[in-house]
Design a protein around this ligand. Structure first.
Ligand SMILES: [Zn+2]
Length: 480
């Protein structure tokens, strides 16, 4: 990404110097993306955010006073009340909810034992959405495969009446790409195995940790395939299970879970604003999600994101800055179990979706931010370059123009909404993501303040842009 960007940058300088030589225009005649005053405010905002503890206090408050908040649970309801109360307390305008119906799944204690060759009991978590086993549990011989491709390559009947163990290990990366590669097993492994006649699935957690806590996360049953129970083992226990398989003796397992689906529930996205001025009808979205899984208290996923986006709006307000475009802080319902909150939000907009001119999302832990990526039309790239320069004190990396923002912005991005992505550092994120360890102890106050600073400058300048953010109609290049 670095080299192509340098080339682009050089060619632009070259282009400007041609114009200067020809006397057609000077750099001073060119419309600037931001006024001096806006850039000065960006700098004040950056300094203020680096010293501001609002975000940290919000994460503490959400995780202490609400705690776990899976879609449809009492915690979900409490989180909505918390969001409304805190947005009002911070002085946001137009504080309101946007209703969303969410699936409701009861995560219940689950058990896992190796019966042969060497009996062992290991801690497990049910994958989000998993059906239960019935009170008697399921006992079956097991088949170990690395991933979905290895499952598909097995001879016919190989997993019939068996429990399938997916052994693949996720790779640690800063940008989360390791998760993207590994997570298909969790999402679609249960249906893939069920379609082949398996009676249960156990996965190696989608995790980079070496401790013994399993990671949950949503599975996605195919509508037309048998639904079989699915559990996750921690990395060290998955290693131990692999060693049992390495004995070449038959491996026999017993699983039990009383997890189950409950009727869908009413939930809501929570929104609050800093009203715009001359371009008030244009909306800059600052999104995070309010729900969490329930083994932990959702401090990094996504209490931190909630703290960041609310902290940004509070810092802008505290400095008395009046944005041109409306900055809308949006706490989405149910990201974790199918993004039904953001889908309901987009549906509620109808044609007003076109007013959403720029989106930023914080849903990748508690920071620090290490990169500024984007997804904008070429005409708006110079503005992103200038935002990047305003972030210089944070010493970020200039990312490419294939930023995704996050799962809750997908619907609006599909409609062409441009994305600014201050990228949170995910190196350690998957050590605790979706585990009992997702607690305040994972949130570094300094990293969180730095993240607020990066998001604040990006959102503020995004709202002040002197051009108009173009809908992104250029297709994304295929993933490498
Ligand atoms: Zn999340």
């Amino acid at each position: 990404m670095g080299s192509s960007h340098v080339t682009k940058h050089k060619s632009r300088i070259f282009f400007v110097s041609i114009l200067l030589c020809a006397g057609v225009a000077s750099a001073a005649d060119k419309p600037q993306a931001f006024t001096r005053a806006d850039l000065a405010s960006a700098n004040s905002l950056l300094e203020k955010a680096l010293a501001d503890t609002t975000a940290y206090q919000l994460v503490e408050s959400l995780t202490t006073e609400v705690g776990p908040r899976p879609a449809g649970s009492p915690g979900d309801k409490a989180a909505i009340a918390w969001g409304l109360r805190e947005m009002q307390r911070l002085g946001f305008s137009n504080v309101h909810t946007v209703p969303a119906v969410v699936p409701h799944w009861a995560s219940m204690p689950s058990e896992f034992s190796v019966l042969a060759p060497w009996p062992q009991t290991m801690p497990v978590l049910a994958l989000g959405g998993s059906v239960g086993t019935g009170s008697e549990g399921i006992e079956a011989d097991a088949v170990m495969v690395k991933d979905l491709a290895a499952l598909a390559a097995l001879p016919a009947g190989a997993v019939k009446d068996r429990i399938v163990f997916f052994s693949n290990r996720m790779e640690r990366t800063r940008d989360g790409s390791g998760y993207g590669k590994a997570v298909a097993v969790r999402a679609t492994g249960p249906s893939a195995a069920g379609a082949l006649g398996a009676v249960g699935v156990v996965i190696r957690s989608i995790s980079t940790s070496s401790n013994r806590l399993p990671h949950t996360g949503a599975l996605r049953y195919a509508a037309d395939k048998p639904r079989i129970p699915a559990l996750a083992l921690s990395n060290p226990d998955a290693d131990a299970l692999e060693r049992q398989f390495a004995s070449n003796k038959p491996v026999r397992l017993r699983i039990r879970s009383s997890s189950r689906d409950l009727p869908p529930m009413e939930s809501a996205n929570v929104a609050g604003e800093i009203p715009g001025s001359d371009l008030a009808q244009e909306i800059v979205i600052l999104g995070a999600h309010l729900d969490s899984w329930d083994p932990g208290v959702g401090a990094i996923d996504d209490g931190a994101g909630v703290g960041i986006v609310m902290g940004v709006a509070k810092a802008i307000k505290d400095l008395g800055l009046k944005p041109r475009r409306t900055i809308r802080v949006l706490l989405f319902a149910n990201e974790e179990f199918g993004t039904t909150g953001s889908k309901a939000y987009v549906e509620s907009l109808g044609s007003a979706a076109a007013n959403h001119v720029l989106g930023l999302e914080a849903d990748f832990g508690a920071g620090p931010v290490w990169r500024l990526a984007s997804r904008v039309e070429a005409a708006d790239l110079p503005a992103v370059d200038q935002i990047f320069r305003a972030l210089a004190p944070l010493k970020l990396v200039r990312g490419n123009n294939e930023g995704a923002g996050g799962a809750d912005l997908e619907g609006l991005a599909k409609l062409g909404m441009p994305i600014l992505e201050p990228t949170l550092d995910g190196t350690l994120y998957f050590d605790t993501h979706h585990t009992a360890n997702d607690t305040m102890s994972q949130v570094d106050p300094a990293a969180l303040r730095q993240s607020v600073a990066a998001y604040a400058v990006s959102a503020w300048l995004g709202a002040q842009y002197s051009g108009s953010w173009q809908k992104v109609m250029t297709p994304k290049p295929p993933r490498r």
